[in-house]
Design a protein around this ligand. Sequence first.
Ligand code: ZN
Length: 198
Amino acid sequence: MSSGCALRVVHDHDPVDLGAAEVAAEQFLLALGISLDSEGIRATPGRMARAYAELLTARPFDLTTFPNDEGYDELVLARSIPLRSVCEHHLLPFVGVAHVGYLPGDRILGLSKLARVVEHFAHRPQVQERLTKQVADWLADQLHAKGVGVVIEAEHFCMTLRGVQAVGSSTVTSSVLGTLRQDARSRAEFFALSGITA
Ligand code: ZN
């Protein structure tokens, strides 16, 4: 049995002040002309504060990696990882899926951890392009993988709720590094397995 090596990954932003966020949410709603008198909406500022705090704070996790003792050198791909993030331009959600793959080098990791890495970078104000690249760069750094590929398909509520785009339209971004970038066949295999046709 190989021994694992764990890295504690924690969120790196300033502490959350829920009370201040609730007061600000109340002021925000009042400024938009929304009365907070009725029973259903009275506690909404507190709920808004807690909901955004949750969306913008990633849960800590341990990135456990293992030596690649068997010398596995084929693509490892986690498909359709659910993704929820918040666009930094409007603070509205964007939701979709991420496909994350890598060509192992010296170390491999548990598949569920790929989802945790996506969650880690998604729980902050984001733009989809940067999120895609951050996940790929971080995995390349941590795993010393021969190649890393990340594809994200997401629907942005700031677009689909405001009339310019039809509901259901999605934005696709990708970041491929190392062998997956340089070698045409590996690259094509990654995109084919991700369900993206070039
Ligand atoms: Zn936006």
